[in-house]
Design a protein around this ligand. Sequence first.
Ligand code: TYD
Length: 230
Amino acid sequence: MNSPFTHGLFISFEGIDGAGKSSHIEGLAQAFRRQGRAVTLTREPGGTPLAEKLRALMLHDAMDPLTEALLAFAARRDHLCEVIEPALARGDVVLCDRFTDATFAYQGAGRGFDLQALTVLERMVQTGTAPEPGLLREPHLTLWFDLPAELAAQRLAGARVPDRFEAEPGSFFARVAAGYAARAEAAPRRFARIDSSASREQVWHSIAQLMLERGLLGEAALAQPGTEAA
Ligand code: TYD
């Protein structure tokens, strides 16, 4: 059966490790489903069998920043072709835990990899996948969970065995946070900043407000019990 929604909606979720984005993605997925939308819930790096293999390499094997950036973009290309574009073509809501802003923040600002080179890769990888010729595929909306690096580190402390990124020092995450701020400044219409220093309930409230204001979700879908991520 064809979906009544002809326009897909692509939302990405960003922020430094420990900013608390993951717990709200499921809540939003439920709200969109209550509104009758089909939801594709996915993540980067990853989202396809090939990209998940590349994710495991990126998170656990030592490598230089260029290799890391190329793996992130290789995973992204596969993910776009195999999952994101088909989902958008069906009219799904695609909720993606991280996308290209993470590469600019982590490999660019964090590792110090050349931002111009990342911009070239972004264009190569994200063009030619959409049906519209020449369209640079980007999220329609990016929820940026903004939290000072020291607070994020406190939240992460002792949570689990850290991967290569989580094991980085506070100075790395301060650079990553600044990288996100720069991306947000460059694309103010796409980015929505969520103050993640608030309680989980308050953060959810901010997200719900934003969705209402942008006309993406209605009161009924947001108000139901269980909307807040468990
Ligand atoms: P994350 O999304 O935080 O997943 P989990 O909650 O399972 O830890 O972990 C992915 C890590 O990959 C995160 O530390 C950021 C990093 N990353 C990059 O360095 N570059 C990228 O392009 C992407 C998408 C992620």
